[in-house]
Ligand binder design. Structure first.
Ligand code: ADP
Ligand code: MG
Length: 697
């Protein structure tokens, strides 16, 4: 496979090396390297953070306290210099349309000579009101009538590197005609999307003639950034799929009929979108390329049974499946669920988690190796190198974003070029377009409706002071024979401290309800202990389950109808939505109470959004906007390159356009060899290096 690796910087004689530029010493070059600038090329893409705008001036009467402003003023008296040892101050008074502004500069004594009394200049700086007078501290100035840069770029800096040095370096780079990045976008695309040329855009993003030129430049470079990223992903994914062979499966109409017969024997009928998703999965297993699919559906929409249909199809066709869950508790639950679903199918399922007795573990491993185990359910333990399959055909990961990129890669690394079909399930409704960027080119199935008869979940905010009332509701709930979750946030990185907080809550509730059983579920407990607690809760022997967020995902227990969340402000919106999805799963309405004493307005607003909104999709988007992708996908796990201009969460239309254009190009010219497209692969390499190599599975 072709890679996009960049040429290393060799030496001074390398025309692309930064040190070949005028004014760049070795020392400066190493400072630039901290900003990710190693070659002259990179300087062009070191976009300004913002621009100093000298074009919008205000009159003296409109000067505002606390704002950086540009105004024209006359120097009202000869500047004075006072010196104290090595330090000095320059003072003068400026007259801006009848308004006097006191100006002061520190340790720049030469400025006294640069400013002439009676002359008019443009000043720019932070205005402060001191009593009845206005003051400005170390303003910059230009003589009126001299040529002003209308918009002056302000660059990201690092300690030791000055704004002017960066600016001059960019200017010097711009002057090197031979080093200017060539146009890379096909002309047809530029015309279709009304995009400026690359050289114009790069010049204008650094030194724009005016706001309009800046807008044209940004539009073009934004498009380019996303386009090259998306193209790299699609191109490489396609390559990967071409090189890979799906596992040998003996699928066909008869086996499909068996799967459908099994589905119609279930106690419920599938929803329309569940059915569609099952069909898409079975088609995928029939396919001649390994499937790579995302199954999205809000909490409680019934993803498990859909995945199970594909597991059954794989088994009937002679292949094994692996079902990965992010936690041992969830793995155990999936194991039970699948066993129940597959009761009459002859499916041999096994559970594999990190903390199993060695003997049991050996048995499971042997079963996987000799093919007698059809479906293994488990945690990361499945990904260990000691686990070998006889014919792994289908892998499902639940709540994908919990797994790192590397772990995904491990799962898919099998002998030769054989790759199992992959399904990723997520209850976090990532906008489809974003999913394509994050996960690479995968197909998406969406379950967009809830099973019929689902009762509503009511969500209310509360304060600590409301506890007596909340406890009354808890008592009523338990009197009806229903169960309750109480969720405590992870307070600390230390599991011990979290445990203490959660166990205090448990002790308080046990004291309050002495005739009831209040159990504790916590991340630092042994898996067997957690399992025992979950089983007891599932059997109805526990009335209140106090837990840290270990129940966040997937737990399915319809008799639990009430949830109380402590310190609710500590959770993200998407996470709270997942949590409350644990109640109201049967035919009885769910109740979720969010306790928070926060004074933070943003946090309060977030909690209210959740109370008013049932749609996980809208909530996830709101959460993304508020917390950013790092929090959402888990830090660093999303594996995305750094986008400098594009904000993925705000650019839905742009993502759509780019995706469509990339698909068109690859359809007509899959190798990207035509005259129009020839510059694309080199451009990806120059811009992103081999970043995408690691991202694409
Ligand atoms: P999630 O999508 O959150 O993983 P689950 O797969 O755990 O949801 O399903 C939630 C519950 O809904 C389970 O008890 C499951 O048996 C049930 N269920 C799934 N599909 C249907 C359906 N079409 N009609 C009724 N109940 C369903
Ligand atoms: Mg689930």
């Amino acid at each position: 496979m072709r890679t996009f690796a960049r040429k290393p910087v060799s030496s001074l004689t390398d025309p692309g090396a930064l040190i070949s530029l005028k004014g760049i010493s070795d020392k400066r070059a190493s400072l630039f390297a901290k900003l990710g600038v190693e070659r002259v090329f990179d300087l062009f893409f070191l976009y300004p953070r913002l621009y100093e705008d000298w074009s919008e001036t205000v009159s003296g009467a409109d000067l505002l306290d606390g704002e950086v402003q540009v105004f024209q003023a006359m120097v009202a008296r000869t500047p004075s210099v006072s010196r104290y040892g090595k330090r000095s101050t320059v003072r003068t008074e400026l007259l801006a349309d009848q308004v006097t502004v006191r100006a002061i500069w520190f340790n720049q004594p030469w400025l006294a000579d640069a400013l002439a009394a009676g002359e008019t200049y443009l000043f720019r700086g932070l205005i402060l009101r001191k009593g009845t007078r206005l003051e400005i501290n170390s303003p910059q100035f230009y003589r009126v009538g001299s040529e002003l840069p209308p918009l002056l770029p302000i660059y990201p800096l690092t300690a030791g590197l000055k704004q002017t040095v960066v600016r001059e370096a960019v200017k010097a780079a711009m002057a090197e005609q031979a080093l200017l990045p060539l146009e890379c976008l096909p002309k047809s695309i530029r015309l279709k999307r009304h995009l400026a040329e690359r050289t114009f855009a790069l010049a204008a993003i650094h030194f724009p003639a005016d706001r309009h030129a800046l807008m044209l430049a940004r539009d073009r470079l934004k498009y380019e950034e996303l386009f090259l990223a998306k193209l790299a992903l699609s191109y490489m994914t396609k390559r990967r799929l071409e090189a890979a062979v799906p596992p040998p499966l003996d699928t066909g109409g008869e086996k499909r009929r068996q799967v459908h017969a099994w589905l119609s024997a279930l106690p419920f009928g599938l929803t329309r979108t569940q059915k569609r998703s099952v069909d898409e999965l079975l088609d995928g297993l029939d396919g001649r390329v390994p499937m790579h699919r995302l199954l999205q559906g809000d909490v409680g929409s019934g993803k498990t049974v859909v995945a199970a249909a594909a597991v059954l199809y794989a088994k009937l066709a002679g292949g094994q499946s692996a079902f990965l869950a992010p936690t041992a508790v969830l793995a155990a639950q999936h194991y039970r669920t699948l066993n129940a679903l597959f009761a009459k199918t002859g499916m041999n399922t096994a559970l594999l988690t990190g903390h199993m007795p060695a003997k049991e573990r050996r048995k499971v491993l042997a079963g996987l190796a000799d093919g007698s185990v059809d479906c293994v359910v488990g945690t990361h333990a499945i990904l260990e190198p000691t686990v070998t399959f006889s014919n792994l055909a289908f892998a499902v990961t639940d709540e994908q974003h919990r797994f790192g990129v590397l772990q995904r890669q491990r799962l898919l690394k099998t002998a030769d070029d054989v790759r199992p079909h992959l399904l990723v399930m997520s209850a976090t409704p990532i906008p489809r377009t974003l999913a394509l960027i994050v996960y690479g080119d995968l197909d998406v199935s969406v379950i967009s409706e809830m099973p019929p008869g689902r009762a509503e979940i009511k969500t209310y905010p509360a304060r600590s002071a409301d506890r007596p009332r909340i406890e009354t509701i808890m008592a009523e709930t338990m009197a009806r024979g229903e169960q309750i979750y109480v969720v405590c946030p992870l307070i600390d990185q230390s599991e011990l401290i979290d445990l203490k907080a959660a166990s205090q809550v448990q002790a308080l509730l046990q004291a309050r309800f002495p005739d009831r059983t209040v159990a504790l579920l916590h991340g630092s407990q042994r898996p067997s202990e957690k399992d025992r607690t979950m089983l007891a809760f599932a059997a109805g022997d526990v009335d209140i389950l106090v837990s840290t967020t270990v129940i966040e995902v997937g737990i399915d227990h319809p008799n639990a109808t009430m949830m109380v969340v402590e310190n609710a402000e500590r959770f993200g919106l998407a996470q709270l939505h997942q949590l409350r999805g644990r109640v109201g799963r049967g035919d009885r309405p769910g109740l979720c109470i969010l306790i928070s004493d926060t004074q933070d307005q943003d946090a309060k607003r977030r909690l209210l959004t959740l109370c008013k909104n049932r749609d996980g999709f809208a909530l996830a988007e709101a959460d993304l906007l508020q917390r950013g992708p790092g929090d959402f996908f888990g830090t660093r796990q999303h594996g995305l390159p750094e986008f400098r201009l594009v904000n993925l969460y705000e650019e839905k239309d742009l993502i759509d356009q780019v995706s469509a254009d990339v698909a068109d190009i690859l359809k007509d010219d899959p190798e990207l060899l035509s005259a129009e497209n020839r510059r694309l692969l080199p451009a990806i390499g120059e811009r992103f290096g081999d970043h995408f190599m690691h991202l694409v599975l």
